[in-house]
Design a protein around this ligand. Structure first.
Ligand SMILES: Nc1ncnc2c1ncn2[C@@H]1O[C@H](COP(=O)(O)OP(=O)(O)O)[C@@H](O)[C@H]1O
Ligand SMILES: Cc1cn([C@H]2C[C@H](O)[C@@H](COP(=O)(O)O)O2)c(=O)[nH]c1=O
Length: 285
């Protein structure tokens, strides 16, 4: 469908589709078109913050590469807890032909009958390393996962980079992760990123206020997260800003497109439409 012409009625329908989680017939966009458009677009996307990593760097020499890796562009959607990442991914998956990889939260809540996510929130000093080791493994697995369909673009929820730069960093800086745990996780992370090719072509940052996330988090009511205070979201927010806006925290694996995301759902869908070209770099979706 030509989404550029999407009207209010269609947007409302998309809101209903998101709620109902029904499938919509995919449309087509080629990977070659995506690459070309993304390269051409680089100069005139005003809110793309930097271009630290080019789409041509899919196979850096000397790194391990997953068998049969395709040069399918990878977009990572980043943002605070409950900022609307899943909702964003669902919207694009229902209105365009993309492969969507959501965060493996269900694994973090249940590994062989244990719940490392819940344990971490109960006692971060003891269980932070346990959760973050598993997050790092499962996120790496997501990055390296085989292409599951013929969609020319892959959209992922978060990345191995935000797990490290935001969550591990926050645990350590807040004094809730012992230095030795942080050192072990950092060594693992450095080894992985030095030796394994983890291509990311664009980061979409859903920029919210911590207050908005706190409201949405309470509304979502995930059992483990009931203990999260506003201050925790404020710390995570600051790290996101340092990493993706100020670019003082750590290197960026890809350019950043910032989407203000405090708005209600209807307005967010407008925002996604406004940014569709920049995100998917095609007009044929
Ligand atoms: N723009 C929005 N306005 C109000 N509520 C929203 C909006 N986007 C998402 N939500 C709701 O907020 C909660 C968190 O959204 P979700 O997409 O799961 O966030 P994330 O994946 O970033 O944690 C969910 O209950 C979702 O329905
Ligand atoms: C990546 C990552 C996540 N978490 C926690 C934070 C949240 O409670 C969930 C993810 O939920 P979201 O709604 O998708 O934001 O997992 C964590 O503690 N450590 C991490 O590295």
């Amino acid at each position: 469908m030509m989404v550029a012409a999407l009207g209010m009625a269609q947007l409302s329908r998309c809101v209903r589709l998101l709620t109902a989680r029904r499938a919509v017939a995919p449309s087509s966009v080629s990977a070659a078109e995506y690459h070309r458009a993304l390269m051409l677009d680089a100069g005139n996307v005003s809110r793309v913050q930097s271009r630290a990593h080019s789409v041509t760097q899919h196979r850096p020499p000397g790194k391990l590469v997953r068998d049969g890796e395709e040069k399918k562009p990878v977009i990572c959607v980043e943002g605070n807890i409950a900022s609307g990442k899943t909702t964003c991914l669902e919207y694009f998956s229902k209105t365009s032909n993309i492969e969507v990889l959501t965060e493996p939260v269900s694994k973090w809540r249940n590994i062989r009958g244990h719940n490392p996510l819940g344990l971490m929130y109960q006692d971060p000093e003891r269980w932070g390393i346990t959760l973050q080791t598993y997050v790092q493994l499962t996120m790496l697995d997501r990055h390296l996962s085989s292409v599951v369909n013929s969609a020319p673009v892959r959209m992922m929820e978060r990345s191995i980079f935000s797990a490290k730069y935001i969550f591990v960093e926050n645990l350590f800086r807040s004094g809730k992760m012992p230095e030795v745990d942080y050192a072990v996780l950092s060594e693992w992370f450095d080894w992985i990123t030095a030796n394994i090719s983890i291509p990311v072509d664009l980061i979409v940052y859903l920029q919210t206020s911590p207050q908005t996330c706190h409201e949405r988090l309470k509304q979502r009511c995930r059992e483990e997260e009931k203990v999260i205070p506003l201050e925790y979201l404020e710390s995570l927010h600051q790290l996101h800003e340092d990493w993706l806006i100020k670019q003082t925290l750590a290197s960026l694996p890809a350019p950043v497109l910032v989407i203000p995301a405090d708005h209600d759902l209807q307005k967010m869908l407008h925002q996604y439409e406004k940014n569709r070209e920049k995100i998917l770099a095609t007009s044929s979706v």
